[in-house]
Design a binder for this molecule. Sequence first.
Ligand SMILES: [Mg+2]
Length: 261
Amino acid sequence: MATVTVPVGTAAFLLDIEGTTTPITFVKDVLFPYIKEHLEEYLTDHWEEDECKQDVQQLKKQAEEDHRLNRAGPVHTVDQTVHTDEEKAIREVVENVLWQMAADRKTTALKQLQGHMWRAAYNSGRIKGEVYQDVVPALRKWRHHGMKVYIYSSGSVEAQKLLFGYSVEGDLLDLFDGHFDTNIGAKVESKSYESIAERIGCAPEDIVFLTDVTREAKAAEEAGVNVFVVLRPGNMELTDEEIAHYSTVMSFSQLELTGRG
Ligand SMILES: [Mg+2]
């Protein structure tokens, strides 16, 4: 594979996760199916714990809200009466969560429960964060040359730390100088990249952003950040125009630092 040279003044790398450091299928084929398959078991095991009680409470509130706004079908609202029948209550929560997931909803209540389930799964080794083989050696090299490495993903900072903290290659959190999620702004907004540059404390032109999504690449470019679009198996294909416009790499090992070996 041909190498491409990163700009001479590069001081920091900013990395997307899905489709960049990690197969795009990880979330779709590992994380989400895990929730669907283990939801009932998780609720049964943790039903009496405070955290789980709070999660269920949030889901009920959301279901009430949905019911009021007529968003949910009648079958999918969580019954609000006090249950003596735990099994029935759990079944209703399961039904509500599966319905929300099928509708691709991003409610805080849903995300909170998912986050807690994933945390338990990573902690127990039932899930390991996938990372492409070329990622860790590249990160070590960049850091060796004094460059900083940051993550910017639409997954929460907590989810990012789980993925890299419990990865197939062990705990990788030492390789990162910081994490950003959409609290700093959307990934398709150029303002977000300006804010990140400010937070990192370096000029946008001294940052290299790696992503698989051209809308994100465009936003970063508008902010003055250098961009390489990462082509990984299963990623969305670029148009001919995009191929002509962006520098692309298929592996982090193609990124070469000028005069730094
Ligand atoms: Mg991505």
